[in-house]
Design a protein around this ligand. Structure first.
Ligand SMILES: C[S@@+](CC[C@H](N)C(=O)[O-])C[C@H]1O[C@@H](n2cnc3c(N)ncnc32)[C@H](O)[C@@H]1O
Length: 232
């Protein structure tokens, strides 16, 4: 991985913001991901994220922290927070912005336990593929203290397959419709393609059921997105 995402965060953090990140997927055209959005303040966060932050309790693990916005907010409120990300640049920015405990660490390598685990901005993306959901959920379960909670957001992206007549063009014989190939470029350079998973609530709940995890729908967003709370 070239870590173009981290490079972009570092540029913005260091006052070198001139270009945004460009993303696309195997089912959608190019889209702009504005760098300021990755540094959004609480008041500019989607309601789902604001709700997740309000539900936090005890020690918190922020998985895929990006620039550390959620960690920083919680740390300022007095929470004990650990921020992790696979992006070196993201962790450098998170530290520069004042998050005291931030580490380059893939989720599956985390071993400490927490009262709250946050996965925000399509948190299920980190699972990459439907076949990996159980493995990730089982690992997240092992990181929960007694009465701990996982707060995760995602979207049902079925709408992306809707044609003008209101029908759906997805191939029912292929893999799950929320599994996307995700392409990212920044300043004309292309990142290695990634897999990114959008999971509808019912499928997430089903996966939780098989692991004896309780999955509750906390809040629905304006565009097929939702926040779920998972407990043991
Ligand atoms: C969509 S960004 C969200 C960033 C941040 N949470 C936010 O809301 O602005 C997803 C983040 O997850 C990180 N990530 C992807 N896979 C990961 C993994 N296995 N473990 C930890 N972080 C991961 C990426 O590097 C990226 O920073």
């Amino acid at each position: 991985m070239k870590d173009l995402f981290g490079c972009a965060l570092l540029d913005y953090q260091n006052g070198n913001y001139t270009k945004d990140i460009i993303t696309s997927t195997n089912i959608s055209d190019e889209d702009v991901l504005p760098l300021p959005y990755l540094f959004r303040a609480f008041k500019d966060m989607p309601a789902l994220e604001q709700k997740a932050l309000k539900l936090c309790k005890g020690s918190v693990l922020d998985v895929g922290c990006g620039s550390g916005i959620h960690s920083l907010y919680l740390q300022k409120k007095g929470f004990e927070v650990k921020a992790i990300d696979v992006s070196k640049g993201a962790i450098e920015v998170t530290k520069q912005r004042g998050v005291l405990h931030a580490e380059v660490l893939p989720l599956l390598n985390e071993q400490n336990t927490f009262d709250t685990i946050l996965l925000l901005m399509n948190g299920t993306g980190i699972f990459q593929e439907l076949t990996q959901v159980s493995k990730y959920l089982a690992h997240l379960k092992s990181l929960l203290n007694t009465n701990g909670q996982i707060l995760i957001d995602s979207s049902d992206i079925k709408y992306m397959y809707e044609d003008e007549d209101g029908g759906y063009w997805m191939d029912m014989n292929s893999s799950y419709y929320g599994e996307l190939d995700y392409f990212l470029s920044y300043r004309g350079e292309e990142e290695a393609p990634m897999k990114w998973l959008y999971l509808d609530f019912e499928t997430l709940k089903l996966a939780c059921d098989t692991l004896d995890l309780k999955c509750e729908l906390v809040l629905e967003g304006e565009h097929f997105d939702y926040l779920a709370k998972i407990t043991a």
